[in-house]
Every structure is written in C-alpha cells, then in structure tokens.
Ligand binder design. Structure first.
Ligand code: MG
Length: 263
C-alpha cells in the first residue's frame, strides 16, 4: 500500500528531480524540538540520528583559553564564550539541564552514531587570530576521533572559510553561509558550495544551476514547519541539502515525493 502511494505521488511529481537525486536533511542545531532536547545539546545530536537525518548541525565557539564549546549565541547566560575562561563557560547549562557541551564531548557522542554526518559551524570570532586557532583545534579534534569523513564545515566568516579550506584534509567539504559570494567565486576559493538563506536563494535562483554546473552543492536554511509549496519549489531546483528546525516534517514531505533522504 505504501509502495503504491509512493509510486502514485512520484507519478504526480511530473517535473521530478534529476535521476539519482537525493535531498539530504540537516537538523539545524540538532533535533532540538524532540523530547528532552535543547539546541546544540548532545541529546539533539542523538535525536537527529534517531529519526535518520542525514546530518546534524551545531555551532562552535572557542573560549579565551582555547577550549571549544558548542553553542549558538556568543553568550550563554551572561558569559561571553570567546572572552571567558573554559572553567567559567563549563558551569553554564542548557535549557534541558545538560551542561554546555564541549566540542570534544559532542564528537565523542558522534562516534557511537556512525550513520550521522556532522555539520560543524565555525562561529565568526572577533579576533581573527583566535578564530584561526579555533579552526586548527577543531580540525585536530575531528581527526582525533576519526570523524574527518563524516564532518563538513560551514561558516559566515570569510577568513574562517579560507582557513578551514587550507587546514582541513583534502576532500573535506566547506560551505559558506554569508550569501554575498557567487558560485564562481566560491569555486575559485575551493569551497564545496553555498549554504545560503532562503531569501538569498530566491534572489539568485540562477546560482543553483551555476553551482551544479561547477560541481558545487547547494544547502539552504532554514525550512521550517510544513511548507509544502516551498519544499516543492526547492526540490524542483534540485537543492542538495535542506537545513531545518523541523526535520521530521521536511522528511515526510520529501518522502511523499518519492525522493530518498538517506543516506
Ligand atoms: Mg549554526
């Protein structure tokens, strides 16, 4: 019955994606709306894996004394991570009661989730030397846990992107978030593609085909709730990755179109 329904919806989906095309779903800040979860928590990573997301995204800051923490905002409580000592940051808790995770704790948890891809966002630090050190430490720590092939990087920082491309092992995918660079510019810099906001994507629709023609990939953020018309449009554009705060809803719509979301 399900197979028949899928066949029917596939048939209805006349324009269709390119052959072999897959849209991969990335849980934005992890699957944080799940029970007991919180944005950028270890549980959000586990929950993203539990619903077969292709990947789980998280944000990384480095403390003043060189410890990498996972958090979206520059501050947690009244503590600014990049300007504070690790022992002060480590005392902070997430809304679900977990202590703020270090990147090391996050990666340790990821080791036991072997199907999940990690989408690691380097946050733009005020001091670019500090940021470059953070890049080196992130890459070393990913290597320490043998996660090089399962980790892609994203960043709003142009300097950070260049540093990631320079330091990461060959073949590592680095995407740019800030939206002002063209596919050609990204290609010349060695990026894997663009990871742009929906508004940028719709302002420059031709960039999607340009990316694909250049061998680059396209990620878009964030596609939330159940915007079926929007998803239809994105799927028709052959978007490679959709980053969402509501991964189960997006997966459901993609499944109904008969497009594989995994692996
Ligand atoms: Mg992020």
């Amino acid at each position: 019955m399900i197979a028949m329904m899928v066949a029917m919806t596939t048939a209805v989906w006349a324009k269709g994606p390119r052959p072999g095309y897959q849209t991969k779903v990335v849980a934005h800040r992890g699957y944080w709306q799940a029970d007991g979860s919180a944005q950028n928590s270890i549980r959000s990573l586990v929950k993203a894996d539990s619903i077969d997301c292709w990947g789980s995204e998280f944000d990384v800051w480095m403390s003043k004394d060189g410890t990498l923490f996972v958090n979206h905002d520059p501050t947690i409580g009244d503590v600014e991570i990049q300007k504070s000592k690790a022992k002060v940051v480590a005392r902070q808790r997430l809304p679900n009661g977990e202590p703020i995770p270090t990147l090391e704790q996050m990666l340790k948890a990821a080791v036991s989730l072997p199907r999940l891809q990690l989408v690691c966002e380097l946050k733009p630090h005020a001091d670019k030397k500090h940021e470059a050190k953070a890049v080196k430490k992130i890459i070393d720590m990913v290597a320490k846990y043998g996660l090089e092939k399962r980790t892609t990087y994203i960043t709003f920082s142009l300097e950070g992107m260049k540093e990631l491309i320079k330091r990461a092992p060959a073949g590592t995918e680095v995407y740019y978030l800030n939206g002002e660079l063209t596919p050609q510019q990204l290609k010349e810099m060695g990026a894997a593609g663009m990871d742009y906001n929906l508004s940028v994507l719709f302002k420059h629709r031709d960039w999607v085909d340009q990316c694909h023609q250049l061998g680059l990939k396209v990620n878009v953020w964030t596609v939330d709730d159940k915007p079926e018309a929007l998803l239809d449009e994105l799927l028709d554009m052959d978007i490679d990755f959709i980053t969402t705060n509501t991964p189960e809803q997006v997966q459901q719509v993609i499944f109904e179109r008969g497009i594989s979301t995994y692996p």
